[in-house]
Design a protein around this ligand. Structure first.
Ligand code: IMP
Ligand code: MG
Length: 187
C-alpha cells in the first residue's frame, strides 16, 4: 500500500490548488444560477471524473436542480483517446423537454463529449449545454461548444480532483501534473 506522501511524489507540479478550485467553482455556481433562474435544471454528470466537481458545483447553485449520471468509455487505461466511445451506464431519467447541463471533468480531444452531445440531443431536451472543469484547447480534434469552463490548461496529463491515471489519484484535493516519466512508463 502506498502512502499519500508516496502518491504525491508522482505528481511533478500542482497546477490548480484547492483554493483556486473552490473560488472558481463558486463563481461558476453563481453564473449558472443566474442563467437558469426560473428553470428546472438537470445536471448530468459524466462518471467517474466529474463526481467531485459536480458535488461541489451543485452546492453553489441557488436554483432547484436534479442530478443524473452517465458512464461512457473512450480510454482503456491509457492516456490517449482510442476514439471508441461506449455507453456503460445510461441516464435513469427521461430528458425530453428538460434543461440539461452536462458536467464533465475535462475536455481533451472533444471526441467523448461530441458523441455524448449528439446522443443526448436526439432525446430532445429543451436545452443542452456543457460545463467542464478543465479544457485543453491545444488538443481539440472536434469542436464542442462549451458554455462554462473552469480553467483552460496546457497540454499536460493531469490528475486529482476526480481525474485519474489508470483509475488512481482521483482523491487528490488539487489538480496536479502527473510525472511525465510515470506517464511514459505505464501502459
Ligand atoms: P476526450 O474524448 O479526448 O475529450 O477525452 C475526455 C476524457 O478523457 C475525460 O473525460 C477524461 O476521462 C480523459 N482525460 C483526458 N485528458 C485527461 C487528463 O489530462 N487527465 C485525466 N484524464 C484525462
Ligand atoms: Mg478518465
Amino acid at each position: 500500500m502506498s502512502s499519500q506522501a508516496e502518491l504525491e511524489r508522482l505528481i511533478s507540479e500542482t497546477l490548480i490548488d484547492e483554493e483556486r478550485l473552490s473560488r472558481r467553482i463558486a463563481e461558476l455556481g453563481e453564473e449558472i444560477s443566474a442563467d437558469y433562474a426560473g428553470h428546472d435544471l438537470l445536471l448530468v454528470g459524466v462518471l467517474k471524473g466529474a463526481v467531485f466537481f459536480m458535488s461541489d458545483l451543485m452546492r453553489h447553485l441557488t436554483i432547484p436542480c436534479e442530478i443524473d449520471f452517465m458512464a461512457i468509455s473512450s480510454y482503456a487505461g491509457a492516456t490517449e483517446s482510442s476514439g471508441v466511445v461506449r455507453i456503460l451506464k445510461d441516464l435513469d431519467m427521461n430528458i425530453e423537454g428538460r434543461d440539461v447541463l452536462v458536467v464533465e471533468d475535462i475536455i481533451d480531444s472533444g471526441l467523448t463529449l461530441s458523441y455524448l452531445m449528439r446522443n443526448l440531443e436526439s432525446r430532445e431536451p429543451a436545452s443542452l449545454e456543457i460545463c467542464a472543469l478543465l479544457t485543453k484547447p491545444e488538443r481539440r480534434e472536434i469542436d464542442v461548444p462549451v458554455r462554462y469552463v473552469g480553467f483552460e490548461i496546457p497540454n499536460r496529463f493531469v490528475v486529482g480532483y476526480g481525474l485519474d491515471f489508470d483509475e488512481k489519484y482521483r482523491n487528490l484535493p488539487y489538480v496536479g501534473v502527473l510525472d511525465p516519466e510515470l506517464e511514459a512508463n505505464l501502459p
